[in-house]
Design a protein around this ligand. Sequence first.
Ligand SMILES: [Zn+2]
Length: 196
Amino acid sequence: MTSTALRAPQSQPPEAHSLLGKLNGPWHKRALRVFTIIVVIHLAEHLVQAYQVYVLKWPLHQARGVLGQAFPWLVHSEVLHYGYALIMLVGIWTLLPGFVGRSRAWWLAALVIQFWHHIEHALLQGQAIAGRTLFGAPVPTSIVQLWIPRLELHLFYNTLVFVPMMVAMYYHVFPRTPDAARMRCSCALRSHPATA
Ligand SMILES: [Zn+2]
């Protein structure tokens, strides 16, 4: 038996052929791009809503971002807010294995923050389903909303998730040499043995 025959099975680990393996390997770059576009559009909607309230002085219930002006039910449907929080949680979790070293720590931080953000939305969604509100509030209310109003809180949450995501992507695109050697995707702009 030659040494090549012994090495061959190790060069293609079985998990590389699974969907998760592909999303964190050859498809990582494309998946991250699509996911980032979705996240940026959503964050922009929160920023536009804050602009409508603070700069344009619109009443809160009329400040619905851009898409919400044409489709008010997008903003008023609790299940869509919950659905988006869940998609974001699943997206961050799904693309985590592709991150190694320093970038992984930042992506993991985004995952932890989004996990809590998602719990807050689950509480809101639970109240919408049960037809009762927590803390005797007139509308569904999450825990941190006891101290920070909903518009500001969710702009804050989305920013708090976005910042570590961007730091993680920076370190992912410009990895240190030891990190670069362990990457299975083509995201790094600096060439290294794994992608050369
Ligand atoms: Zn990647």
